[in-house]
Design a protein. Structure first.
Length: 254
């Protein structure tokens, strides 16, 4: 699994370069059927990742946000790739650097490998079964990461929230949590900060898709955290033809 993780990281970094080539100039923006924005960078990263994954020795079906119709279904071994070539397109358009590339390997509905890169920040998060979870800084130094654990009684919860997607139900959920401080952040970086121990919880009550969460879910999972539905069940990727996630919470306590 270590070798595969390194290969996927290399593919993600190639996608980073394709994204940054667009980020450094003016670019066109179109709107997809679901009213989400699409840029040249989304499409360029998709092509790089698709080519890279197809060139790997082990071939698994690929479900990418930018090619849902091309997905052939889960492989006989229960595995498939789940890809968001550019998570946080709204942040990309705002040029605030809070966007990521997400590549996950799913096995029987669970993420067993995840790579999240932040092209504009030069950082990354990687994780895999029997390997662990690591952050990679802008100097390419790797650091084993783990969640912070449950805050002590009376401590202020460090909460992360979406920068571009608000939800009226969030305030009611947070009121039950206790004292908290909330920080807005874009893309899958929120879950990665939970994995790194820099925040405690990320509630997402609004709509997301499977490809938005899977790679960072793997990072959280192998850093000792949890990604659960509001009913306390692990977020599942077992039915890739139903691409919308239910509301969920990323917990930084074991």
């Amino acid at each position: 699994m270590q070798a595969l993780l390194e290969q996927v990281l290399a593919i993600a970094k190639q996608a980073d370069r394709a994204i940054m080539a667009v980020y450094g100039r003016e670019f066109d923006i179109t709107v997809k059927v679901d009213n989400s924005p699409l840029t040249e960078a989304d499409q360029a990263a998709h092509k790089v990742i698709l080519h890279g994954l197809q060139a790997l020795p082990l071939h698994y079906p690929i479900l990418s946000e930018e090619d849902v119709e091309g997905f052939s279904g889960v492989g006989q071994d229960g595995r498939y790739w789940l890809v968001d070539p550019l998570d946080g397109t709204k942040e990309f358009i705002k040029r605030n650097d809070e966007f990521t590339v997400n590549i996950a390997l799913i096995e029987h509905g669970e993420p067993i490998l995840g790579v999240v890169t932040a092209p504009a920040l030069g950082t990354a998060y990687i994780a895999a079964e029997d390997v662990g979870a690591f952050s990679i800084d802008a100097q390419d130094q790797r650091h084993a990461i783990q969640v912070a654990g449950k805050p002590s009684p009376g401590a202020v919860w460090r909460v992360l929230g979406s920068r571009s997607h608000s939800n009226p139900a969030l305030s009611a959920w947070l009121d039950k949590l206790g004292a908290y401080d909330i920080q807005p952040l874009g893309s899958s970086l929120k879950s990665c900060l939970i994995a790194e121990g820099k925040a405690d919880v990320y509630p997402r009550l609004g709509p997301t898709s499977l490809w938005d969460t899977a790679a960072a879910h793997a990072v959280v999972r192998y850093a000792g955290g949890r990604v659960e539905t509001l009913e306390g069940q692990p977020l599942s990727y077992a039915n890739p033809f139903r691409t919308l996630n239910p509301p969920f919470v990323v917990w930084g306590n074991c």
